[in-house]
Design a protein around this ligand. Structure first.
Ligand SMILES: [Zn+2]
Length: 346
């Protein structure tokens, strides 16, 4: 799992597997009274003496797909996050919270209110939808306890419970509602500001989705990946310093930086008059420091990268770059003040 394609592919494989295996079982005279599956978790009702044959058949499909089997105990069996219980002529279900003592999004945390409400609704909805009528009161009580342990206030839980029960049992709103295509924008969550912004945007039929900023993932795991060496990076704006004065060459490439740098070295050797680097070398006799190439920006989009290249040339000042005039591009003079200001910064 992990790749977005995994669930789709696993479903395709499982569909083929169950089709073939059930056909084989039918040939052996074994009939599954009920068969249900969620991704790779299967549940079936069969005669006790047939269970081993069923497992063996499923396991014969492919060496790397091996199933284990769990049988009911005292008329009960767990399936996904439900407990299934045999009653006279039916199966009663009740929700089994995965983390009954675990932590959910805490009500006192600095997260958008919407996220807290959604956490509570998700729990309450599972307690309602996965449980048969007789046990619903019990599972709703469990959901309440979990929310209380995560500091959700009673009035809030009671209100949501009333609303959700009403929604599931007394109305058909969900089915009849016509949904217009929604516009969303996402922005970092700033307590106080995001709530006001949401109201303003709603008037224009835009929904604001708040992103929490401080994630444990960002704090701890951000550096897990080895950094890519500069020469192997792509889509970059870079500068190559001259070894004899303050001047630099600024360029951009979508290919690997080291490939582009090798081309520059070739231009210098071949005295290519179309290359600013080669012209500077020919005119001044200076050698460039190709081992001190610096990445100034990493930008995927070609057009934006072109603008960034010109921006860096202008920021540096055209007299301090060896780029040819045609590479310096046209920047509206409206930006001159801003560029001058940026030039003064380190
Ligand atoms: Zn120079």
């Amino acid at each position: 799992m992990g790749s977005p394609l995994s669930p789709v592919i696993s479903n395709v494989v499982m569909e083929k597997l169950e089709q073939e295996c059930r056909l084989q079982l039918e040939e052996k005279g074994i009939h599954l009274k009920l068969y249900r599956r969620y991704v790779d978790d299967c549940m079936c009702i069969a005669r006790r003496e047939h269970i081993q044959t069923i497992v063996d058949t499923f396991n014969s499909f492919h060496d790397r797909l091996q199933f284990t089997v769990e049988m009911e105990v005292g008329g009960k069996i767990k399936f996904l996050d439900m407990m299934l219980e045999r009653a006279d002529d039916q199966i009663n279900t009740s929700w089994l919270p995965k983390h009954s003592n675990g932590r959910y999004l805490d009500y006192t945390s600095k997260s958008p209110f919407q996220h807290k409400q959604n956490t509570a609704i998700a729990l309450i909805d599972r307690a309602i939808k996965l449980t048969c009528g007789a046990k619903r009161e019990e599972t709703l009580k469990q959901a309440t306890q979990i929310l209380e342990r995560n500091n959700y206030p009673s009035w809030f839980i009671q209100k949501l419970k009333r609303l959700r029960i009403h929604k599931h049992y007394n109305t058909l709103e969900a089915d009849n509602r016509t949904t217009l295509p929604q516009k969303y924008v996402s922005a970092p969550y700033v307590p106080g500001l995001s709530e006001k912004l949401r109201k303003v945007l709603r008037k224009n039929d835009v929904t604001l989705a708040s992103r929490p900023q401080n994630k444990i993932k960002n704090q701890i795991f951000s550096k897990l990946k080895d950094p890519i060496p500069p020469g192997k990076q792509k889509n970059v704006v870079y500068c190559i310093p001259c070894g004899a004065d303050e001047k630099v060459y600024i360029g951009q490439t979508k290919r690997m930086l080291e490939v582009r740098v090798a081309e520059h070295k070739n231009d210098c050797r071949g005295r290519n008059p179309k290359s600013g680097l080669a012209v500077h070398k020919m005119e001044e006799g200076h050698i460039f420091n190709f081992d001190q190439v610096k990445i100034l920006d990493r930008i995927q989009d070609q057009a934006t990268r072109n603008i960034a290249e010109v921006f860096h040339i202008k920021k540096r000042g055209e007299d301090l770059t060896v780029n040819l005039q045609r590479e310096c591009g046209n920047f509206n003079s409206a930006y001159n003040g801003l560029l001058a200001q940026l030039r003064r910064q380190p």
